[in-house]
Design a protein around this ligand. Structure first.
Ligand code: BYC
Length: 313
């Protein structure tokens, strides 16, 4: 079929909300930007296991430990669904992982901050998973079929993650003075990096225009960030805590909360690899990959053996 006819079919599918599937014709740039976003998203899930993994052995009770362990395992699962979705676009998981390890691929800036106290597990659940859900609910309707389907399941699990985080903070906020202070300190440290998760402001977002046209993204970075602020301002009241921004104020005209200026220098610095934990995170991922080499080899040998048996039977 001629390229123009194929492009027309693609455009009609986008317009009529029919999903684009791996074997469908698609513009190279559509394939490339989906591959970029989905693989970055997968890397974020995998690197995102590290800050919380840091607290599994130090969780304050057996119950908390079991919950945290389950959450971190969920994140590994999310990474796997997403790598599989990205592979349907023509790049192998090995290539994607190499690109992460070589420092060429991006992952969410948020995971380059340290987890200093147990309250950080609460703040990550409430704020980081909370921000992730807002973005991911929109992605359940993204135009690329495998990505949209992966998101449906991920969102269900993320809702549990957010609630468990809020509950950790709720218990601390009802505790003694030291626990309350720990809760407020974690909120103070995670608030601004969580706002940065939504990406640069719309005027600086290089990919947004085209991604919105292709319905990969359905809401802009600033729209989602505003939705997040409006949600958190109400939720923090339940905790009896404060958001660390004196400029937060209801704007009757906009029917939204105004908020202070994000430190974009900090954001770009972290994205470029110079955040507090970038080097540590990549080193931990590389080490885990090297140490897991024997597991991959054993799994491949087992699969080959099973195939030989099947062929012989
Ligand atoms: N960090 O044109 P823009 C989780 C980059 S994990 C780093 O607006 P786009 C969890 C961006 O890539 C869930 N880089 O980009 C796991 C682009 O650079 P390139 C994480 C960022 O793609 C464990 C450039 O800046 N969620 O829930 O239209 C424990 C210009 O940006 C960031 C996802 O990954 C950032 N924050 O929009 C707990 C969601 N922001 O690629 C929780 C999927 C921007 O051109 N991703 N950049 O070199 C998306 O929805 C979109 O990619 C974004 C950015 C909204 C993040």
């Amino acid at each position: 079929m001629a390229a123009a006819a194929q492009e027309k079919i693609f455009t009609t599918k986008i317009e009529t909300e029919e999903k684009i599937e791996p074997k469908d014709w698609m513009p190279d740039a559509y394939r490339k930007t989906n591959l970029r976003q989905i693989s970055q998203h997968a890397h974020s899930e995998i690197v995102g296991m590290l800050p919380e993994g840091n607290w599994i052995t130090r969780a304050p009770s057996l119950k908390r430990k079991a919950i945290l362990l389950a959450k971190v395992q969920d994140e590994a699962g999310h990474g796997l669904y997403l790598y599989s979705a990205a592979e349907t676009l023509g790049m192998s998981r090995d290539e994607m992982i190499n690109s992460l390890h070589e420092g060429k691929a991006k992952y969410s800036s948020i995971f380059n901050y340290p987890t200093l106290t147990w309250a950080d597990m609460g703040a990550i659940g409430w704020l980081v998973d909370g921000a992730a859900i807002l973005n991911q609910v929109m992605l359940c309707r993204t135009s690329y079929g495998p990505y949209a389907r992966a998101m449906v399941r991920i969102c269900k699990e993320e809702s549990f993650h957010q609630r468990q985080g809020f509950e950790i903070l709720w218990v601390l906020s009802n505790g003694n003075a030291e626990q309350k202070a720990m809760c407020q300190d974690a909120i103070n440290r995670w608030w601004w990096p969580s706002l940065m998760m939504f990406g640069p402001t719309d005027s600086e977002s290089t990919n947004s225009d085209q991604s919105m046209k292709w319905k990969i993204k359905r809401k802009s970075n600033d729209e989602l960030r505003q939705q997040f602020v409006d949600m958190c301002v109400e939720q923090v009241k339940v905790l009896g805590m404060q958001l660390p921004d004196e400029k937060i104020k209801w704007n009757e005209k906009r029917k939204h909360y105004d908020f202070g200026e994000i430190d974009w220098n900090e954001f770009w610095n972290v994205v470029k690899g110079n955040g507090p934990c970038n080097k540590e995170r990549l080193a931990a991922r590389r080490k885990a990959h090297e140490e897991g080499q024997w597991v991959r080899e054993a799994a491949m040998a087992f699969a080959a053996k099973r195939n030989t048996k099947k062929t012989a039977a």
